[in-house]
Design a protein around this ligand. Structure first.
Ligand code: ADP
Ligand code: MG
Length: 250
């Protein structure tokens, strides 16, 4: 569905991606993971066509994401940035239906889709007329997700979608989201820096370091057969503090 081929991306003097080859499979959740600054968000921005690679190509259903194909491709993707990125001056309803109105969807169709999505993410109907500032963090994330899903995208791009939530709400939304993706057969490319979350969601994990893929494969492969010391260190750095704190066996 989505392919990165030999992608290089540099900002000013920072090399963000140094030769990335990656295939995102249909109806699966692919999770990008790795330390801060390793290039995860840059990969998502390239997938959404917000930036272009200096070298290499990003292809969506076989077509390069250049100015010829970008608009059509973009309408088939839902993209959610790290903090949700809701427009503060628009109500929940208007945030979610913005693109549908731009595309001149009939009112009845917009209303129906909005109601469907509110039900899907368990957002009470009465929240639809509120403004983002009148919502809790968890509710804002749900609304951002509704907006990303509004046009029924073939590909969902999620950049740390649950990053800013407290642990209990996060746990609840993780379970709900995973169920939603399974029900929709959704193709997802998700960024997180949390290994437990990556393992929970991911059919496939892609671990990055300094703009390159270190290892990719099913979650168990990374945990049980780390390709390099770095993989084992990354896993231990996330697992050890919890193990010690909870008094779990090694
Ligand atoms: P991650 O999401 O994994 O934390 P990013 O993809 O945001 O990493 O960043 C990768 C690298 O590119 C980092 O070194 C970061 O500082 C740099 N970078 C990202 N965005 C910009 C930008 N707009 N201008 C300059 N450097 C950037
Ligand atoms: Mg990021």
């Amino acid at each position: 569905m989505l392919r990165f081929e030999g992608v290089h991306k540099t900002y000013a003097e920072a090399v963000a991606l140094a030769g990335v080859d990656l295939e995102v499979a249909e109806a699966e959740t692919t999770v990008l993971i790795g330390p801060s600054g390793c290039g995860k968000s840059t990969l998502l921005r390239l997938a959404a066509g917000l930036i272009q690679p200096e070298r290499g190509a990003v292809r969506f259903e076989g077509a390069t994401l250049d100015h010829h194909h970008l608009r059509a491709a973009r309408l088939r993707m839902g993209y959610m940035i790290q903090d949700g990125g809701l427009f503060p001056h628009l109500s929940v309803r208007d945030n979610v239906t913005l693109m549908a109105r731009e595309l001149h969807w009939p009112t009845a169709r917009r209303k129906q889709r909005l109601a469907e999505l509110a039900e899907l993410v368990h957002l009470p109907e009465r929240m639809l007329d509120r403004y983002p500032i009148e919502l809790s963090g968890g509710q804002r994330q749900r609304v951002a997700l509704m907006r990303a899903l509004m046009l029924d995208p073939d590909l969902l791009l999620l950049d740390e979608p649950l990053g800013a939530l407290d642990p209990m709400i996060r746990f609840e939304l993780q379970r709900e989201l995973k169920a939603i993706f399974a029900r929709l057969g959704q193709t997802v490319l998700l960024v997180t820096h949390d290994l437990a979350e990556a393992v929970f969601f991911g059919h496939r994990l892609v671990l990055l370091r300094a703009g390159q893929i270190v290892q990719q494969g099913p979650p168990r492969t990374l945990l049980d057969a780390p390709a390099e010391d770095f993989v084992a260190q990354f896993v231990a750095a996330q697992r050890e503090p919890q193990r010690l704190l909870l008094g779990l066996p090694a």
